[in-house]
Ligand binder design. Structure first.
Ligand code: CU
Ligand code: CU
Length: 340
């Protein structure tokens, strides 16, 4: 028996509060209570007080290039994300998205990174897995209402996680401060000229709002996939239940599809699998030297990434999942619609 009683997130005094009780492994008895209910005091006590009533509009990622110098500016901010029909989560985010926007640079670039911390109360930071730096210097905290600028070399190609590295790191990641940075290899991948479509696919899990006990001892409430736009017009979603079922990816028969995938975690591994295909070419962590062939399932540790490529040979609906199917029941599925 776990999670006998848990409370949904109070997002403001003017909206309904959700009370969810769970028995055994099954969630049940979802009730909506209005704010006149006596439980409001109990629920309200769980909201991180300095964030009460804050919902900062998403801010676009800023990327400017001057030769091999890339100037990237991101925000740390508090933004509501609707995780499923019953759960509005006051997420700690980069740029108002969770996962945050995808950052794409080239191998050999110098990244000039600025973090604008719009959070009024909590220091935040940026830990790019794509770089070498002394973490206490390069990933140092940026105080509320301040900006910090850091310079890194991106010398290793791959599909890397980024996340807030401020203590307690678990809370900052699980509350939504995570995303993906792709470092494109100078010489490309050996299969570059075979690829027709590219997408970014990210897996992450969610726990009770800002509840360290649940993040440490509990099971995730939602396990989700999202996609991040690599170019204007591509689908861009948050990590919410059904995001890539309601808004499927699209491809044509015969397309070779490349996914840049990463499993944010923070706690669970992913067994990434596309139903109805075999991943012909896989580059573990997105490094061209880590070339694997003919994989049915790609294991992704927490923070692990890969480039995976597969051909869709017949029209239809192709779901992709983590083959840990308990997580599919919690939301970890997406869909590609393949047409003639
Ligand atoms: Cu943070
Ligand atoms: Cu890390």
């Amino acid at each position: 028996m776990k999670k006998q009683i848990k409370f949904g997130l109070l997002v403001g005094l003017s909206i309904p509060v959700l009370l969810v009780s769970a028995c055994g492994d099954q969630l049940e008895n979802t009730e909506k209570l209005d704010t006149t209910d006596k439980n409001i005091e109990t629920v309200s006590a769980q909201v991180f007080a300095p964030h009460e009533g804050i919902n900062q509009e998403p801010v676009p990622l800023e990327v400017e290039r001057d030769g091999t110098d890339v100037f990237v500016k991101m925000t740390a901010q508090i933004t509501d994300i609707q995780l499923d029909n019953d759960t509005l989560y006051k997420a700690w985010t980069f740029n108002g998205e969770a996962p945050g926007p995808v950052v794409v640079v080239n191998e050999g670039d110098t990244i000039h990174f600025t973090l604008d911390n719009m959070d009024p109360a909590v220091p935040h930071s940026m830990d790019f897995h794509a770089v070498h730096t002394a973490p206490n210097v390069g990933f140092a905290n940026v105080m509320p209402h301040e900006e910090g600028t850091f310079v890194y070399q991106a010398n290793s190609p791959g599909v890397f996680m980024y996340h807030c590295g401020t203590e307690p790191v678990l809370a900052h990641i699980a509350n939504g401060m995570h995303g993906v940075i792709i470092v494109k290899p100078t010489d490309g991948y050996p299969t570059d000229n075979e690829v027709d479509k590219e997408f970014v696919i990210i897996q992450n899990e969610w726990y009770d709002y800002n509840d360290m006990g649940d993040m440490i001892e509990g099971e995730p409430n939602q396990v989700v996939f999202s996609t991040k736009a690599l170019e204007p017009g591509q689908v861009n979603t948050n990590g919410t239940v059904g995001a890539l079922i309601d808004t499927p990816l699209e491809a044509k028969v015969g397309d070779k599809i490349r996914f840049y995938i990463n499993n944010i975690g923070p706690n669970e591994i992913s067994s990434f699998h596309v139903i109805g295909t075999i991943m012909e070419d896989v580059y573990i962590d997105g490094h061209p030297a880590n070339h694997q062939k003919g994989m049915q399932t790609v294991g992704l540790p927490a923070s692990g990434g890969a480039v995976v490529e597969f051909v869709v040979k017949e029209p239809g609906e192709y779901k992709f999942v983590t083959h840990q199917f308990e997580h599919v029941e919690k939301g970890a599925a997406g869909k590609i619609i393949v047409t003639e």
